[in-house]
Design a protein around this ligand. Structure first.
Ligand SMILES: *Cc1c(COP(=O)(O)O)cnc(C)c1O
Length: 372
């Protein structure tokens, strides 16, 4: 008999009925015949800002654009150095380069895998203008220290919150700490659209005004160009979808956290397997459930044999990717990031994952280590 396949990620109707609600909102938005910068986008911007606890959210085309626009709004440009973790998705570094600045990579913390103020402090120079904390896998960075460091060295903070919608540091939502923050609503993110979408969040009215213009060709009003901008607007249909799903974000995150708790308790005490660590004060919304083992490749192959798909975030750290060889780094420059890339494995965790499916993952992992 063929083994049942379990994908790493699948879209499921969770909570039950959300799909139908999304469908109805989509049909309504279609018939509203207003497709660009209309009421749906404005309503989502408002609701998302209020959810994050920030002054404003400005919908844009995707998470990468959100990062570029946030950096530009903060005045980052040619000659500036920007600190970012060596272990992140390439969007973070590409955005820094797109803004014309020089990316300066920082070794992540060995336990949380997030950038820390202490780590970042070592990389500060007279040209450093900004820091981009990435709330990796859904865990909030330790923001109090990051804010203190930024104040001391007069740095702008641009949070990359693309994996951490709803995560909190000391009860405050990520995305509300930075001068500007970037969110992605890529379909598989904790808050996902049905295509590309993103948002910049800020509580600074001047930045908000810049961002609203910049994402719409730099126009202050129709045919009144006040700066050279781009076209990166949040689509009205995606805004309608996101407005519905935002109402369920806390429930979706709670389900991710519940599933994570099951993994954490069932997989504890396996020799050779490290489980994700959550720092006190740093809430984790488990965009990714990342385990580590030096038998990573064998474990991945073993699970695949049982029909269980996994993923690796990320198999090559930024400094060892050919595209960034011009930064002049080599193997050994960021041992923690390198170790992570060799040992990390992301287990299936998504809202709607069934109990027996999760059990099959747990049993397969246990069996793998029993036979080691
Ligand atoms: C997904 C992601 C982005 C980019 O978002 P897109 O919407 O795909 O452009 C940026 N940073 C991180 C850390 C991400 O995970």
């Amino acid at each position: 008999m063929k083994k049942q396949q379990l994908p790493y990620f699948e879209f499921r109707d969770f909570p039950t009925g959300m799909d139908e609600e999304v469908k109805q909102a989509l049909i309504k938005a279609t018939y509203s015949k207003q497709y660009i910068l209309g009421a749906k986008g404005a309503a989502f911007d408002h609701a998302f800002a209020s959810y994050i606890g920030a002054g404003a959210a400005i919908g844009v085309g995707n998470g990468y654009d959100a990062l570029v626009i946030a950096l530009k709004a903060c005045g980052i440009s040619v000659g500036d150095e920007v600190l970012l973790p060596a272990n992140t998705f390439i969007a973070t570094i590409n955005a820094v380069l797109q803004a014309g600045a020089k990316p300066v990579l920082v070794e992540p913390d060995v336990n949380t895998f997030n950038i820390t103020a202490a780590g970042a402090a070592k990389a500060i120079s007279s040209e450093t203008k900004a820091i981009v904390p990435v709330h990796l896998y859904g865990q909030a960075c330790e923001m109090e220290e990051v804010v203190k460091l930024a104040e001391k060295f007069n740095l702008k903070i641009i949070e990359d919150a693309a994996q951490a919608h709803g995560a909190t540091y000391k009860q405050q939502k990520v995305g509300s700490f930075g001068h500007a923050s970037a969110f992605s609503f890529y379909p598989t993110k904790n808050l996902g659209a049905l295509g590309d979408a993103g948002a910049v969040v800020t509580s600074d009215p001047e930045l908000e005004a810049f961002i609203r213009r910049y994402r719409n060709y730099g126009e202050a009003g129709k045919y009144n160009s006040v700066l050279v901008g781009v076209n990166s607007r949040l689509d009205e249909l995606q805004a309608a979808v996101l407005r519905v799903k935002l109402q369920y974000l806390d429930e979706l995150n709670a389900e991710r956290q519940r599933l994570a708790e099951v993994y954490l308790s069932e997989l504890q005490d396996i020799e050779g397997l490290s489980l994700p660590y959550s720092a006190p004060c740093c809430a984790h919304v488990f965009h990714i459930f990342n385990v580590r083992t030096k038998h990573r490749d064998a474990l991945q192959a073993g699970l695949q044999q049982q029909g269980i798909s996994t993923a690796i975030h990320y198999p090559v750290p930024l400094h060892l990717q050919p595209a960034y060889s011009f930064l002049g780094h080599r193997q050994g420059d960021f041992p923690v990031a390198e170790e992570l890339s060799q040992t990390s494995l992301s287990l299936p965790l998504f809202p709607g994952l069934k109990e027996q499916e999760q059990e099959s993952v747990i049993n397969a992992v246990k069996a793998f280590f029993r036979n080691k």
